[in-house]
Design a protein around this ligand. Sequence first.
Ligand code: PEP
Ligand code: MG
Length: 542
Amino acid sequence: MLKLSGKSVYKGIALGPVVVLKKNDQQVTRVKIADADEELARLETAGEKSKEQLQDLYEKALKEVGEASAAIFEVHQMMLEDEDYLDAIHNMIRTEMINAEYAAAVTGDNFSEMFANMDDDYMKARAADVKDISNRLIKNLMGEEDIDFSSMEPSVILADDLTPSETVQMDKKKILAFVTVHGSINSHTSILARMMNIPALIGVPVDLEEIRSGTQVVVDGFNGEVVFDPSEEVCASARGRMEEEKEKLTLLQTLKGKENITLDGKTINIYANIGSVSDVGYVLENDAGGIGLFRSEFLYLGKEDYPTEEEQFQAYKQVVQTMAGKKVIIRTLDIGADKQVDYFNLGKEDNPAMGYRAIRICLTEPEIFKTQLRALLRATVFGNLSIMYPMITSVEEIKKIYEIMDEVKAQLDADGIPYKMPEQGIMIETPAAVMIGDELAEMVDFFSIGTNDLTQYTLAIDRQNERLDAFYNPHHKAILRMIQMVVDSAHKAGKWAGICGELGADPELTETFVRMGVDELSVAPSMVLRLRKTVREMRAEQ
Ligand code: PEP
Ligand code: MG
């Protein structure tokens, strides 16, 4: 029995055989060639084949895990067309007269190392993507086929780190859990695990050479432990807990269509957070009362250029139409910090989390903001849309937002384009906004507390820094008192206040939040029914 710990990115228990995916970096040898043109033509054919495969993967991912997760395969296709990358391979072939496989392998290693050495966590995570496309190119040059995962029995996937193309090829029904040696909370594996509701542990210090595929394993996403070759006692306990989890899930289904009402009659709205249009399916499946946070910046991520007004309009329209009159709160773009996009040319900053991001970009570059506001306003006539502004710190910012909004409305009026004036709210995610909550509440329709950033700024802890995990305590009294202050400020002005940060989904705090008077909790779709259960079993008055 071997017990190891890692960082859990999704809670749950799994028991089953492990499939060890070793990084089979192809054994590429350096071979002298006689005809560079012929070699470049081979490369070109392999490149085309790779792009076709990636397009197939994109379409498969789109159906299975949604647009946000599928977008990575569009990024891969773009990377395959990247001039710097291709020039480096071409130059090696021509100047050194060597085979395309070797040139692609060396270039892949160099580019991947370059990404791995970048400061930004998101860019660091792209190192695996560069490796992934180079390996695909090499495989196609060598005439190898993709690994066939279709015959796999339900298993726990154990790997160094997983590339997006590896995960998307797997039959999701057959994956019991993910365990990886590397990877970050931003990694594709983590995102996918959360979307698929399966336990996942990252950063587990396991030697892949020592574990054989087929070995039984227990993955405990609740306490971040993985046990290889578990004793019968450990297996029995895991089976018992899995059974309990399953029963809980079945019971939760019976709560669909029921109200979020306490035993003594207090109701609270439970909404869901989404990142892309296709996530709406999860919202409906879990019977959320609305969408409390649509992170619109995902429409900007993984693209080569700004999404057009029409593209955005179509996305917003589809979400509000599908939600059929239920509230949909769309947050204006929150680019910057951990969400970097090349074409924004944000430049390197020493403290990006405290830097040029979110509403600061929108107010500095109003043309970008206006395009989004126009698209949002146009979508208002198709359902129940509200707009929310992120990273607010002052009254002046809201005044400026409203000035820009007035200009956009005037333009739409002049163009004869219909719209309804939506509710406008702000995220409360800076201590400054908490402290002047009374003034801000007079200016907006609602507040939504972003506890992820509020915790980061209040406790002075970079939320992306793994080394500070032990200090990152969103249950800190300072945070809980701030939440109470925000709710009180909103209510005094006759407005509502919700929570859309991760803390809103913390079942240990649901009762506290209801008693504080929080009006809405917006959480991952998979948490909606769990919170409904807690609310229905509690009393608001103590
Ligand atoms: C937050 O900060 O709590 C939040 C909901 O926004 P994001 O996590 O997208 O910064
Ligand atoms: Mg935030």
